[in-house]
Design a protein. Structure first.
Length: 788
DNA sequence: ACCGGTGCTCTCTAT
DNA sequence: GAGCACCGGT
């Protein structure tokens, strides 16, 4: 009886992967091959075999993937529990979480014991904005120019280093830190780290780097982890970077070919992934991790899941041919026994507006088929900037849509301010947050005053908050009486809030709603709410709404914060961790910290909720792991996909191709690829070239849309299309009084003189501008204003 | 101290 | 086309 449900409906390779529980296992899971099914069944199987769930750790990249996996395992084991529907079913202690949340948890639990330099268990996590602020400060401290050392690119260099497990010292000693540029970078890196530690903060990359180092250097922590988790599963393994690779390897223990001591127990590591879907090399992911898995774990088993259960034959055929162009991969045949289906449609559009209209029409047609609902459709694009025109078109046609940008809400100004206050409450050392909120709304603590206090703080080796407190009390640096009063009020306000959340009191089961109450109090007493209420614009009103929403989100978090439900810190774990710190239970402060952590670690992909009955708009990166009945991919142009920044680099070009592959393979039944002849980027309209990826698609699986504005030889076009295309060509602006010698104004290029005109289908004018010389402009797009 | 305007830069993907 | 730094007025 046991196990019957677990293996039902599985193909032989799938069942084999489920059954293989001991030793290292690599599952090469092509798109739509039932990967999640295999993973969840495998976990359920382990439990049914008698492995205690708390010995199993599954790691993913997004909260959503983790939540889905957990849910499906609970469902599987819930019924297998034999009618004892006790809370959590047979999954008590099972940990399914993301890399970042796992690291945060391990660091909070062990950083104190392991003596990880500079941080304790209460650290805050800095997001990209916070990183930039801190980094700019570091660059200024070193008296370097932010023009020569743009924070954006310096940050990416530091991030690269961290992902390769190079801390500031190691970076300085590495070849990259050798020349002048490298030495300066190393100095900035070190200064930046100093800032992070002073603020008791870690950035996203630190979470991974510090955890890897901690596991590597502290035997007792490593052993504690190995004692706890005997079965490790890593999803999307092709996207792991060096730090994540090390963490997985250190947790797995056992015998590895490179760099690890033998462990008493076998290496029960199971990694699942697909090299063809590796799309995160730019943030350090190393496709070699999956390609070389077998070498690193001798005796490992490899199971390839190539059969696709998601898409039609035409879609799979197109995807398979495209990805074969790549050289750095592990070949596996993609095949499906699904119906042939419709051919992949390609549409060449005039411009992005035509493209958007075409996509909207196409989706309306799918809806009218009666087979697909809005929620079954999605639009993918390479860059977020491309979503705008689509959004406008959707709004104009009243089609419900959602953008998968989970982080957008938390990046709004008002929300960032409110969270800034909360972070100062949780951690007064957090100087980035302190700096953000100290004078918002304006309360008379201006730059001059802050400058003085900062100087004093530096000289006296005190933190900013402490310096403010001293100043208000008349013991710090002298400031004007007005400023001193304002500072005093600010410090007192924070102190009151902190007093509301005494460490270690008010447990989860204690005062209900205390976190939400705190958030509400902060929003109100800080004056944030009043500030936006005083505004008259729609934006201000929206901001008040958003602040109210933040209170609700805190309440929601608080209510769902039940034992085992939180991947970051379950109740048992919280108590366990508290014991190390000598605290009885997770207080409201702990709850606040968990909430702030949660809020920082949300991902865009987490926001995808098909229940909403709306078309989903998202980047190709966010689309991985999802599927839709109908998919439209826009902007298949050279410079967009593949992106212009990778044009010359073969390895990066392959990644762009994989990105295209990921997009195509999300589609179950219908797929539309569009390319635009003209596209306006940063206000400049330019002629484009159709993406090479379209040319690489096999003609037998592809047809040109009859809505296409341009037709090309060699394309299979369905009937009735002849002549249609010309109707859609741009309406000529005529040579509307434009002739050589006339002066015109262009919104970007300024004033220029017409030096040539071409009439016909797409009337153009050559205009000489003072600064940039002669430009050929298509009159239908150029918005030229006649001056004479 | 604060606020609004201008002019400049730099454009991807994201936990 | 947006976000940021700088500047000048209130």
């Amino acid at each position: 009886m046991q196990g019957e449900g677990i293996f039902s409906g599985l193909t032989e390779p799938q069942a084999e992967a489920v059954r293989h529980t001991e030793g290292a296992l690599l599952v090469l899971a092509g798109p739509g091959s039932g990967k999640t099914r295999v993973i969840t069944r495998r976990i359920a199987y382990l439990v049914e075999c008698g492995i205690p769930p708390w010995q199993i750790l599954a790691v993913t990249f997004t909260n959503k993937a983790a939540a889905e996996m957990r849910e499906r395992v609970v469902k599987l084991l819930g019924s297998a529990d034999g009618g004892t529907p006790q809370k959590g079913g047979g999954t008590r202690g099972l940990l399914v979480t993301t890399f970042h949340a796992l690291c945060a948890r391990l660091l909070r639990k062990y950083a104190g014991i392991a003596g990880v330099p500079g941080i304790d268990g209460n650290f805050v996590i800095y997001d990209t904005d916070d990183q930039m602020t801190l980094l700019k400060r570091a660059i200024e401290t070193l008296e370097l120019s932010t023009t020569n050392w743009p924070a954006r690119s310096v940050l990416s260099k530091i991030s690269d280093a961290k992902n390769k497990l190079l801390d500031a010292q190691a970076f300085a000693a590495s070849p990259a830190g050798g020349d002048f540029y490298g030495r300066t970078l190393a100095k900035i890196y070190a200064e930046y780290q100093k800032g992070l530690r002073a603020a008791d903060a870690v950035d996203f990359d630190d979470l991974l780097l510090l955890t890897a180092k901690m596991l590597e250097q502290h035997t007792e922590v490593r052993e504690a982890c190995r004692d706890r988790w005997h079965y490790l599963l890593v999803d999307e393994y092709q996207d792991t970077n060096k730090a994540q690779f090390e963490i997985a390897a250190l947790l797995a223990g056992g015998e590895r070919a490179a760099g690890g001591e033998a462990n008493a127990r076998p290496t029960n590591i199971c990694v699942v992934g697909d090299p063809d879907q590796s799309i995160y090399a730019w943030r350090g992911a190393d496709i070699g991790n999956i390609l070389d898995f077998e070498d690193l774990y001798p005796g490992s088993r490899v199971i390839a899941l190539g059969e696709n259960f998601r898409s039609t034959q035409h879609i799979i055929g197109a995807a398979d041919r495209l990805i074969r162009k790549n050289t750095r991969r592990k070949h596996k045949d993609l095949f499906t026994s699904n119906p042939v289906g419709d051919k992949v449609e390609v549409a060449i559009c005039r411009d992005e507006h035509h493209e958007a209209a075409l996509v909207v029409d196409w989706m309306k047609a799918r809806k009218q088929d009666g087979t697909l609902n809005w929620k079954d459709m999605a639009v993918f694009y390479r860059t977020n900037a491309l979503s705008r025109v689509i959004e406008d078109a959707m709004r104009a046609e009243a089609i419900p849509y959602v953008i998968a940008r989970g982080t957008a809400y938390y990046q709004r100004e008002e929300v960032k301010h409110a969270l800034g206050y909360l972070r100062v409450v949780a951690n007064p050392l957090d100087e980035v947050s302190l700096g953000r909120v100290v004078n918002v709304p304006a309360r008379g603590i201006g730059d001059t005053t802050l400058g003085k206090i900062e100087l004093w703080a530096g000289e006296n080796g005190s933190g900013m908050f402490e310096a403010l407190r001293q100043s208000a009390a008349g013991r710090g640096v002298a400031v004007g009486p007005k400023a001193a009063g304002a500072i005093g009020k600010f410090v007192a306000m924070i102190d009151v809030w902190r007093g509301l959340v005494p460490e270690g009191e008010l447990g989860v089961g204690g005062v209900k709603g205390s976190l939400a109450e705190l958030v509400e109090k902060v929003v109100r007493d800080s004056g944030l709410e009043a500030m936006y209420k005083a505004g008259r614009t729609d934006t201000d009103e929206e901001r008040v709404q958003n602040l109210a929403e933040l209170v609700s989100s805190a309440r929601e978090f608080e209510e769902m914060y039940e034992p085992g439900s939180d991947p970051v810190l379950s109740k048992e774990e919280g108590i366990e961790a508290s014991r190390h710190r000598g605290i009885e239970a997770v207080g409201t402060m702990g709850l606040l910290r968990a909430y702030l952590e949660r809020v920082t670690l949300v991902s865009d992909a987490d926001a995808v909720d098909p229940a909403q009955g709306a078309v989903t708009l998202m980047t190709l990166h966010a689309a991985k792991g999802l599927e839709f009945g109908a998919v439209a991919m826009i902007g298949l142009e050279e410079g967009v996909l593949p992106h212009s920044r990778v044009a010359s680099n073969p390895a990066e070009l392959e990644e762009e191709r994989r990105l295209c592959f990921v997009g195509i393979t999300r589609a179950m039944r219908r797929l539309l690829l569009t390319s635009s002849r003209y596209r306006t980027v940063r206000g400049i309209t330019e002629r484009t070239m159709t993406s090479r990826f379209i040319d690489e698609l096999p003609r037998e699986h592809v047809q040109l849309s009859d809505q296409s504005a341009w037709q090309e030889a060699g394309w299979d076009v369905p009937g009735r299309a002849e002549g249609r295309s010309t109707d859609l060509r741009p309406v000529s602006a005529e040579v509307k009084g434009l002739r050589v010698g006339i002066r015109v104004r262009h919104p970007q290029f300024g004033i220029g003189e017409v030096v040539g005109v071409t009439g016909g289908g797409d009337a153009r004018a050559q205009v000489r501008f003072r600064d940039i010389g002669i430009k050929t402009l298509v009159l239908a797009y150029a918005r030229l204003e006649k001056l004479d």
